[in-house]
Design a protein around this ligand. Structure first.
Ligand SMILES: Nc1nc2c(ncn2[C@@H]2O[C@H](COP(=O)(O)OP(=O)(O)OP(=O)(O)O)[C@@H](O)[C@H]2O)c(=O)[nH]1
Ligand SMILES: [Mg+2]
Length: 424
């Protein structure tokens, strides 16, 4: 049996490589995301046929398929939840006696790959069938994937979408659920009237300094420059302090530069009388251990520093998830989505905000200070997620590929964050 590996930057690309090399009868053994794209393990159709006798033919019969998944029914009803594990296949005792440990390891490896293949193919069958039975659901699913929502959240919602809904009513239902689950501040009094100490944190270049300046301008417009103070922890980079100082000068607000926790503590103590203090922090990659040090510095500085995480809407969902996990610490006050104007799709950013239950304060959609900052509006964002024009055909899935994508969501469906999505 000759299992071959194909890697490409997209599922579609990898799938084309498989077809080119092994023909249309190729059997997909596994399909997973890897660092540089998607990796597919596949087997030529004739290899599969030779494997089928005498071993598989007896093992993978209709009855076995039925026993593997209580929902399996050939070409009909509800085969969506392919969650039952495939039982290990027992080798005949006589064969066991003759093979050594290395061979056993190889055999087990092949059995595992067959098991993966079975699970995948059952799920693929289920989704192909689903497409035929409920084309409206399939269309809504495709819209969600094209908007950038994760396959697992899309699948979770599609499985719960009212049966018999048309594409339009299905889309309305999905939008309502997404809107309901997107937490935002009611209005900006949350920050402008209440005041307090806010630190803008996040990876490098996401727009922390620019957003700090935009927020500072709003504070000054409402309360005048005397009620606001600006602090930067970006004192040691060339131009770091300067960037905020220039904005401070325009607004008539003093900018303090701090190096460490002790400095920050002193500065916050001095600025106790201010209505609002905004802290612009130095950008730290989510993969850098400095993130933990920065969180410790901000939380250890005495006054109640609320952290607002800047999330770049152009980043992938995986990256944003990683950023949130890394910056979460003992809890974020909320987040700000930046660079909305540069994002081709925003579904992945909304997906992360929903699943991580972040409170979305603002969205930034441009470089202009202070104009390009807006209080987040759930309905607008969800509508926009589906309206954005998508011309990147290589990144879209067609009907034949969707079962393949959905077949790969089995593990992600156990994610706790999905079960917490409010449906009604
Ligand atoms: N298109 C667009 N550009 C933005 C937005 N916000 C910030 N920028 C630009 O992004 C670049 C980086 O912005 P900064 O505010 O310096 O980012 P930062 O997070 O402070 O960067 P570091 O301090 O280096 O980590 C600048 O060119 C900004 O003008 C936005 O919403 N849309
Ligand atoms: Mg900065």
């Amino acid at each position: 049996m000759n299992v071959r590996k194909f890697t490409a930057s997209t599922s579609r690309g990898a799938w084309s490589l498989v077809r080119e090399a092994l023909g249309p009868d190729a059997v997909i053994l596994s399909n997973r995301a890897v660092a540089d794209g998607v990796e597919i393990l596949a087997l030529a159709g004739e290899d599969m046929a030779s494997l089928a006798e005498p071993f598989v033919e007896k093992t993978i019969s209709e009855t076995t398929l039925a026993s593997l998944s209580p929902n399996y029914k050939p070409a009909q009803s509800e085969p969506l939840a392919i969650s039952a594990p495939v039982p290990a296949v027992a080798l005949p005792q006589s064969a066991l006696g003759e093979i050594n440990a290395a061979e056993l390891h190889d055999v087990m490896k092949e059995i595992r790959s067959m098991r993966g293949m079975l699970e995948m193919q059952l799920a693929e069958l289920a989704w192909t069938d689903q497409h035929k039975r409920e084309p409206a659901k399939s269309s809504v699913l495709r819209e969600m994937l094209a908007a950038g929502f994760s396959a697992s959240l899309s699948r979770y919602l599609i499985e719960r979408m009212p049966a018999g809904a048309s594409k339009d009513s299905g889309m309305e239902w999905i939008k309502t659920i997404l809107t309901r689950n997107l937490a935002t501040i009611d209005n900006e009094n949350e920050i402008l009237e209440k005041g307090g100490v806010y630190a803008l944190v996040g990876p490098t270049g996401v727009g922390k300094t620019t957003t700090t300046a935009k927020l500072a301008a709003r504070c000054v417009m409402r309360h005048g420059p005397g009620k606001l103070a600006l602090i930067t922890t970006d004192g040691y980079r060339i131009g770091g302090y300067e960037q905020l100082r220039i904005y401070g000068k325009i607004l008539g607000v003093m900018v303090h530069s701090v190096k460490d926790e002790a400095d920050l503590r002193i500065a916050l103590d001095e600025l106790k009388g201010k209505h609002t203090v905004l802290i612009d922090t130095v950008g730290v990659s989510q993969r850098d251990q400095m993130v933990a040090e920065q969180i410790a510095m901000l939380t250890g500085a005495g006054s109640q520093v609320k952290r607002l995480l800047c999330l770049n809407a152009t980043s992938t969902g995986e990256t944003l998830n990683e950023v949130v996990r890394s910056y979460m610490g003992n809890g974020l006050a909320g987040c700000i989505l930046t660079k909305l104007d540069e994002a081709a799709t925003i579904g992945s950013a909304l997906d992360v905000v929903i699943r991580q239950k972040l409170n979305l304060y603002y969205v930034a959609n441009g470089q202009r200070v202070p104009e390009d900052l807006h209080v987040a509006n759930q309905q607008y964002l969800v509508d926009r997620a589906f309206k954005l024009k998508r011309e990147t055909a290589p990144f879209q899935f067609n009907d034949a590929e969707i079962p393949l994508v959905m077949a790969n969501t089995a593990r992600a469906m156990n994610d706790k964050s999905l079960r917490e999505v409010i449906l009604g």
